[in-house]
Design a protein around this ligand. Structure first.
Ligand SMILES: C[S@@+](CC[C@H](N)C(=O)[O-])C[C@H]1O[C@@H](n2cnc3c(N)ncnc32)[C@H](O)[C@@H]1O
Length: 211
């Protein structure tokens, strides 16, 4: 990754990440340096690491509230680690089953001194939490219909799903009517984030879960 790539959209980056921008840059440099060899990120993604992955993840930060947020299938740290950087006032639990990815996430938490981020090696359906979560995020893990059984049971009564999705977000919601009823999800909506701010907008499916 060249400095120009890291400096893409500088005004927007400052707007989105504020004072946390230098830490986000340090993480991005680490990911650019080691991500391919560790199998965390494909070579084609390197030139657009900043706009497509880092800024895109950081756009979710304003939707989070102080409390406990779980990120399912964090992989390289998207969006969980980026959100942990962007929101030091929120406690994050990154849930990821793959040993090599967990080692990477723990290394980054230590190197970047992120006191608000914990990494758990587990599949979401097997994870043991000491308390239920207030909000849960996920990106590129599975279709909404299959993501609901992995995420909704981890939330407290009234907890919120904040799931990053692509252009087909509405269609994924429409295909999940049965699961939406089963997991008692209400007030579902799709928000488009970053319009007029960054070149890569992102969509999130949001909804509240009743126990
Ligand atoms: C395609 S990657 C996406 C990683 C990251 N969220 C991103 O956007 O780059 C999917 C991730 O979900 C993890 N994963 C798959 N099944 C899972 C499960 N049942 N519970 C938690 N994580 C899971 C995988 O190990 C992998 O790291």
């Amino acid at each position: 990754m060249t400095v120009e790539n890291l400096e893409a959209e500088p005004a927007e980056s400052a707007q989105i990440l504020g004072a946390q921008l230098p830490i986000a840059r340090a993480f991005t440099e680490n990911l650019a340096r080691h991500g391919e060899e560790l199998g965390l990120i494909g070579p084609l993604e390197l030139p657009r690491l900043w706009s497509r992955h880092i800024l895109n993840s950081a756009l979710v930060a304003p939707l989070l509230r102080p409390g406990r947020v779980g990120d399912i299938g964090s992989g390289a740290g998207l969006p969980g680690l980026v959100l942990g950087i962007a929101r030091p006032d929120v406690d994050f639990i990154l849930i990821e089953p793959m040993e090599r990815r967990v080692a990477w996430l723990n290394d980054q938490v230590n190197e970047l001194e992120l006191k608000n981020v914990t990494v758990l090696r587990s599949r979401a359906e097997e994870v043991v939490l000491d308390e239920p979560l207030d909000q849960v995020t996920a990106r590129a893990v599975s279709a909404f219909r299959k993501l609901l059984p992995l995420t909704a049971p981890l939330l407290r009564d009234g907890g919120e799903l904040v799931l990053m999705k692509g252009i087909n977000a509405e269609a994924e919601v429409a295909a999940a009517a049965k699961e939406i009823r089963r997991f008692r999800v209400s007030d579902i909506r799709v928000d488009v984030l970053g319009e007029g701010v960054t070149s890569e907008v992102t969509r999130v499916v949001r909804g509240f879960v009743r126990a």
